[in-house]
Design a protein around this ligand. Structure first.
Ligand SMILES: [Zn+2]
Length: 261
């Protein structure tokens, strides 16, 4: 998250703004006000918990453990460049009942990528997630939250819904602490919100995931104390569970067995 997002959100200037208008999506308050659908605003009594940048064998299993202890399902925006090294972990996330979504192949700001490279990145990541986990992902979140017109076009073409966030823990920063992460999330935590955290430090300050992990039980408790149910984006946005390519394949197999029996 850190450098690209800070840069994208911090740069001012009319010429830049015209050139890179879609990058206003990286600005949380503006997005929340202008684009609630894109921000992931959903069911009033529900909070979607989302994790970016995994799967990471050093950290993701710890998050799966804590989520299981609290009986919470979340949405993991996977980087294909990480998934290709940890395919079993991708399957483990799905087997534990969590939702997987697309964060792209490379963690690079889309402002500097060609239309072809953007389309290839998103499509190849979606395909690897499907081939590895058996799940056809439905949601896409760009690196650094910077969504370009080319990315939007690709999402429309291949059936991905772009979803960003309404609150974050700013957990990628070197100076983040478990308490700062909880307090930052708490400031914007409300029914219908989508919370952004990271289950890997592959693009963040080294070891940052440990602070996120320490903050996670407190964030879950905080939401529940406010009467909110914590879960996946799919639940949150009132959409049916994702198409499970593996399940569909299994059903087709079963049908064939019935017919041949
Ligand atoms: Zn990221």
């Amino acid at each position: 998250m850190r450098r690209g997002l800070a840069w994208a959100a911090g740069v001012a200037g009319a010429a830049w703004a015209v050139h890179a208008a879609p990058a206003v999506t990286a600005c949380t308050p503006l997005r929340r006000a202008v684009l609630p659908g894109l921000a992931g605003a959903g069911a009033a009594g529900h909070v979607a918990l989302t994790f970016d940048d995994g799967p990471d064998h050093r950290s993701t299993p710890q998050f799966l453990r804590v989520l299981a202890e609290h009986d919470v399902q979340a949405t993991f925006f996977l980087l294909a460049s990480m998934l290709q090294h940890d395919p079993d972990l991708g399957r483990e996330i799905v087997a534990a009942g969590h939702e997987v979504a697309v964060h792209g192949w490379a963690h690079r700001c889309l402002l500097w990528r060609t239309p072809g490279a953007t389309a290839d990145d998103i499509t190849a990541a979606r395909d690897l997630i499907a081939a590895t986990t058996g799940v056809t992902a439905r949601y896409y979140r760009p690196p650094y939250g910077v969504l370009t017109a080319n990315a939007l076009r690709t999402c429309r073409r291949i059936g991905l819904r772009p979803v960003l966030w309404t609150s974050w823990g700013r957990d990628w920063r070197a100076r983040a602490t478990p308490t700062s992460i909880v307090d930052t999330v708490a400031g914007r935590l409300a029914g219908g919100g989508t919370v952004l955290l990271h289950d890997s430090d592959c693009t963040s300050a080294p070891g940052s995931w440990q602070r996120t992990l320490a903050a996670l039980p407190r964030i879950i408790t905080l939401a529940r104390d406010r009467g909110l149910t914590v879960g996946t984006l799919g639940e949150h946005l009132g959409e049916q569970a994702g198409e499970h390519a593996g399940e569909r394949a299994g059903e087709r197999l079963a049908e064939r067995r019935v017919v041949s029996a």
